[in-house]
Design a protein around this ligand. Structure first.
Ligand code: ADP
Length: 599
C-alpha cells in the first residue's frame, strides 16, 4: 500500500519535499516498484504527477517542459528497463540542450550484483551520457544530492542529470537519527548569466560594421534563454536580416520585414558575416559550409558553451561567450545608433526577389486542388482555421510538428509572432516526441500552475501535426491526454507510410500485402497500413475523432477540434506513394572538404 503524509517519514517523502522546495510543479513518469511511493508523496504534497504509457514518452515530455519553462523537467521511472526507456529522453535532452532531471528507482543496496529484480548499474550507464549522474550514499543526503543534480542540469549549458534511488533509501522508515541528520534543502536560484569580454566584443563590432551582407541566425538557445526582448531590439535597431531555426521561430516575429526565411537559400549563399544567436553550426545550419554557405562567410558564435566555439565553419576568433540576452545587449550598447546600410550591396534586393518568387511557388502549392489532398493544401487549410480561431499576434497556438515531410513542409507554412510556440523533432530528429511534447506544452501553458509564457494570451491551444509514422511511436499517449483532461488537437497526416507510403490505390496496396503474406516481395519497407482509422484511438479514450478526405471536411474538423474540450484526432488521408526517394529536406551533406579536413 502507498504511504500517506501521516505515515512515518521515508526517503520518498523527503524526495517529494525536496522537489517541492526546488519549485517543481509537475513530475512526468511511469510508476512501479520501487518508485510508486515517491509519486504518491509528490501528489500528496501538491505537485502534479503525469503518468505516461511508456517511460520514453515521459522522458521526452520532461525535456520539452524544461525547454518551455527554463527550469529542469523532472522525470520519475523504475529501474532497469524503465531507466533504459528513459535514456531516450536523456539523449534528447543532451542533444537539444534541454534541462532534464531523471530520477530512477533501483534495487535495495544489499542486493547489488545478486541478479535482483530490474537490476541495472544505471549510474555507470548514465555517467557518460549526462552532465551529472549520482547515487545517494544514504537517506540523509537525499535533499542535497537531488538539489545538486537539479542545479547541474540547468546551470551552464542545459542538459540531463540523473539520480539513482535505491528501494531501501526510498521506502525504509527513517530512524530519529536519520531524520535529525537529514540535510536542509536550499532553494536554487535562476542560473547565473554573464556577458562577453570587451576585446571580443570590439572585434565583432568592427566585423559587423564592415559587412556587406550580414545575417543573424536565431536558434532555440535564444528562445530557451528568453532573449526575445534584446534580439528584437537588435533587429529593430540594426535592420540586419534574420533567419530563425525551426524552433527559433517567433523569438523575432515571423511577420517582421527583416525575416529572411522565405529566402533561406539565398540568404545562406550571400551572407558574408553571420551572427549566430543560440544556435549551432550543425546539420540544421549545414555546418556553415559550402555548398549552402559562401566559403568566405565569417561566423560569429554567441553561445553559453565554450566547446561550441570554432566548431565546423565557426571562427573562435570572433566568438562571444556568454548568455545570449546579455551579449546582445552589450552589442547593442556598443553599436549605439548604427544601422546596416542596405545600399552597400544588392543583398537585401536579392533577398526580396527570392521572397517574392518563393511566395508564388508556395501559394501555387497551397492551392493545389488535386485529390487525395496534398501536404501543402492540408497545412494551408489547418493554418487558416487556426489563425482565425487564435490569431498569431494575440498569442496563437503552440504547434508541435513531427514526421519527416510533415515537419519539413509545415515549417515554412505556419508562422509565429511569439517565441517557444513551435516544437519539433529537434537536433536529434527524434521521432516519437510529438504527443509527449504536446502534453508538456499543455502542462507548461495550461495547467492550473502553468509556468510558461509567450505573447499576450496566457492559455494556448496545443496542436500537434503528426505524420502517421511519427504518431505511431507514442500514439497511446492520447489516453494520457484524456485521463489528464488535456484538450489537445492532433492532426495525423496519413499517407500510409514512412516518408511517403507505398501505394497509390487501395487495390495496389492489398495486392502487395497478399504478396507479402506469401513471403514474396510486396510491401516496401516504408509501407504502413492503408487508411488506418487512427481517430478511433481518441474515441476509445474518451476523446473525439474525425476521418477526413476533403478540404471541406478538414475545415470543419479543424474548427470543431479546436473548440473541443477533450483530446481530438483528425485523421487526414493524403496522397501516398508519390515520391521516389526517401530524404529529409535539410539533410544536405557538404560537397567540399570541411575546414578540419583541409588543415
Ligand atoms: P537550433 O536547433 O535552434 O539551431 P541548437 O540547439 O543547435 O539550436 O543550439 C542552441 C545553442 O544555444 C546551444 O549551442 C546552446 O549551448 C546555446 N544556449 C543555450 N542557452 C543559452 C544561453 N542562455 N545563452 C547563450 N547560448 C545558449
Amino acid at each position: 500500500m502507498s504511504s500517506t503524509p501521516h505515515d512515518p517519514a521515508t526517503g520518498a517523502r523527503i524526495i517529494a519535499q525536496t522537489l517541492k522546495k526546488l519549485g517543481v510543479l509537475v513530475v512526468f513518469g511511469l510508476v512501479g516498484v520501487p518508485v510508486s511511493d515517491i509519486a504518491e508523496q509528490v501528489i500528496a504534497i501538491g505537485i502534479r504527477f503525469i503518468g505516461f504509457r511508456n517511460e520514453q514518452a515521459a522522458s521526452y515530455a520532461a525535456t520539452a517542459y524544461g525547454y518551455l519553462t527554463g527550469t529542469p523537467g523532472v522525470c520519475l521511472v523504475v529501474g532497469g528497463p524503465g531507466v533504459l526507456h528513459a535514456i531516450a529522453g536523456v539523449g534528447n535532452a543532451s542533444e537539444n540542450n534541454f534541462p532534464l532531471l531523471l530520477l530512477g528507482g533501483s534495487i535495495e543496496t544489499h542486493q547489488v550484483t545478486k541478479g535482483a529484480f530490474q537490476e541495472l548499474d544505471s549510474v555507470s550507464l548514465l555517467t557518460a551520457r549526462t552532465k551529472h549522474s549520482v547515487r545517494p550514499p544514504n537517506v540523509e543526503s537525499l535533499p542535497y544530492i537531488i538539489a545538486n543534480a537539479y542545479r547541474c542540469s540547468f546551470y551552464g549549458r542545459p542538459g540531463a542529470a540523473f539520480v539513482d534511488l535505491p528501494a531501501d533509501i526510498i521506502n525504509d522508515p527513517l530512524s530519529p537519527e536519520e531524520l535529525k541528520d537529514t540535510k536542509e534543502v536550499l532553494t536554487i536560484p535562476d542560473a547565473p548569466r554573464s556577458g562577453a569580454d570587451n576585446r571580443g566584443l570590439n572585434k565583432v563590432i568592427a566585423l559587423i560594421k564592415q559587412a556587406k551582407a550580414p545575417l543573424v541566425l536565431v536558434g532555440k538557445g535564444a528562445a530557451y534563454a528568453r532573449a526575445e526582448h534584446s534580439i528584437r531590439a537588435f533587429i529593430e535597431q540594426t535592420s540586419i536580416p534574420f533567419l530563425p531555426s525551426p524552433m527559433g521561430k517567433g523569438v523575432v516575429a515571423d511577420s517582421h520585414p527583416a525575416n529572411a526565411s522565405a529566402a533561406r537559400s539565398t540568404a545562406l549563399k550571400l551572407a558574408d558575416v553571420v551572427i549566430i544567436l543560440g544556435a549551432r553550426l550543425n546539420w540544421i545550419f549545414h555546418y556553415g559550409e559550402t555548398p549552402k554557405w559562401s566559403s568566405s562567410a565569417k561566423f560569429v558564435q554567441v553561445d553559453i558553451s565554450p566547446e561550441e566555439m570554432g566548431r565546423n565553419a565557426g571562427d573562435a576568433e570572433y566568438s562571444l561567450l556568454g548568455d545570449v540576452s546579455v551579449v546582445v545587449e552589450q552589442l547593442l550598447q556598443l553599436l549605439g545608433n548604427w544601422a546596416y546600410d542596405q545600399t552597400r550591396s544588392d543583398y537585401v534586393q536579392n533577398l526580396e526577389l527570392a521572397k517574392r518568387k518563393n511566395g508564388r511557388v508556395s501559394s501555387l502549392a497551397a492551392n493545389d486542388t488535386s485529390m487525395p489532398l496534398t501536404y501543402h493544401r492540408v497545412f494551408d487549410i489547418i493554418k487558416r482555421g487556426l489563425h482565425l480561431l487564435s490569431p498569431p499576434l494575440e498569442g496563437g497556438v503552440c504547434l508541435i510538428a513531427e514526421g519527416a515531410n510533415t515537419m519539413d513542409i509545415s515549417r515554412s507554412i505556419f508562422s509565429f509572432e511569439h517565441p517557444r510556440l513551435r516544437l519539433d523533432a529537434g537536433t536529434y530528429a527524434t521521432m516519437g516526441v510529438g504527443l509527449p511534447y504536446a502534453i508538456a506544452a499543455w502542462e507548461a501553458y495550461n495547467a492550473p500552475n502553468a509556468k510558461a509564457s509567450s505573447g499576450p494570451a496566457k492559455r494556448k491551444k496545443i496542436v500537434a501535426i503528426e505524420g502517421d509514422s511519427a504518431f505511431g511511436f507514442s500514439g497511446m499517449e492520447v489516453e494520457t491526454m484524456a485521463r489528464m483532461g488535456m484538450d489537445i488537437l492532433i492532426f495525423v497526416v496519413n499517407n500510409g507510410g514512412i516518408y511517403f507510403g507505398d501505394s497509390n490505390t487501395a487495390d495496389d496496396w492489398t495486392a502487395k500485402q497478399e504478396k507479402t503474406k506469401r513471403n514474396e516481395p510486396g510491401l516496401r519497407s516504408w509501407a504502413l497500413g492503408w487508411e488506418v482509422r487512427y481517430q478511433k484511438l481518441a474515441e476509445a479514450c474518451g476523446g473525439l475523432g474525425f476521418f477526413v478526405r476533403t478540404a471541406e471536411e478538414l475545415e470543419k474538423a479543424t474548427i470543431a477540434g479546436f473548440k473541443a474540450t477533450v483530446p481530438v484526432i483528425v485523421n487526414i488521408i493524403i496522397q501516398s506513394g508519390k515520391m521516389e526517394k526517401a530524404s529529409f529536406g535539410w539533410q544536405v551533406a557538404p560537397r567540399r572538404k570541411t575546414k578540419a579536413a583541409s588543415l
